[in-house]
Design a protein around this ligand. Sequence first.
Ligand code: BES
Ligand code: ZN
Length: 446
Amino acid sequence: MGKNKCAAVVLSAVLLASSFAYSPTFGTSTVQAEATEYKHAFDQKVIKRFKAERSMHHIQFLSEQLGPRVAGTKEEEKAASYIKNLLTSYGFDIEVQEFSIPDRLMGTLEANGNKVRVNIPTGADSTDEAGLSGTLYDANLGYPEDFTSEVEGKIALISRGELTFANKIKNATEAGAAGVIIYNNQEGTAPLNMSLGDYQASVPVAGITKVSGEALLNDVLPSNTEVTLTIERFENSTSKNIIATRTPKHVEDPDILHVTAHYDSVQYAPGANDNASGTSVVLELARILKSYPIDKELRFVFFGAEEIGLVGSDYYVNKLSEEEVKRSIGNFNLDMVGTDWDQATSIYMNTLDGQSNIVSETAVAAAERLDTPSPLTLYQRGASDHVSFYEGGIDSVNFIRREPGTADLEPYYHTPQDVLKYISEERLQEIGELIGASVYQIVGNK
Ligand code: BES
Ligand code: ZN
């Protein structure tokens, strides 16, 4: 983060503190002290009821009882029911918004008893349930001369680079390969996402990370161990958004605040931090904010299908009427707020344009009042549901824990290690109090 952004955060904190409803306008120290006390009393009302222990319980259920909650699967559906039932028990009327998700190919790759995350490009062939089993053939970059008759019936392992993906696959199949795996030549946690253009492959094809590719080359290939690639077509699937709304009494056309989290996860990842953590904190906020007087409309929205391209939030924002968009004040989006990774000492506020807005400014003011231990960092980043709100013209912030300076995420991100034991109850409490105080500052009827 540059100096300017840092200054912006501090500046907005000052501005907000001075425009905050309870800040003193008379300037005497007595009034000031009273005002401070009152503000604190107001915050206390919310934060003393926030119980991170309850959030931990939700994370336990979502990540351990259910495990990975991939969009369109029965586990994602069960997570939706869990959320809906809880909110109902808190006394909310719930709207369940069902939407279709794009048809896609889903793959699994098993090697040496390990599951490797893969991305299957449109245009790959699918397999039967048993999958395609075979030994690997090292085909370098996948030029025609990289193949000998040895590749016949094997799975060609090809590096990204120089040739188009379609050409690599064509060369492999012409030489008799039974399947193709392409690994990235650049670092990154997401498996290689390929576009084949119009090319229709006659064999199963998968993209993997550089790290996975190197592991296959070094640990699997030399022993001639068989790997199994399974590719399944997912068609006509649906996912759900769960919406719990509180409307103020006696306020016509109230402003609307959206407090959100996605509850789906990626394949193989139990998604304790990404994003049972955000889900669990928003659930707890919904519980405690159910009964306090408000003068604005408060919506708690739980999105499905975030991990396959923000599909749930996109659907939700596009369904808002023009009039609802006009009434919308902002969006607090919680995604990955509970990691215990010791380097993730800062609460990042990701906005799409890198600028502060009403949501980030409210959080900065609340952090000042509460003396929140973790520093807040304003940062430019998309990749979560706040993008959908931004695109709909609504101020939004994604709250996410990261390492200050580097903006690195914990190493468990999108892996089978994203589990409950790496969640910090203390950090859930911290973010719960911060967001609770911020949200109540906006919607509370003081
Ligand atoms: N929980 C992450 C949020 C995130 C935000 C990760 C910023 C890294 C940086 C989110 O669920 C996620 O994994 N997003 C995808 C992109 C999304 C559009 C599918 C990602 O960053 O790969
Ligand atoms: Zn994610």
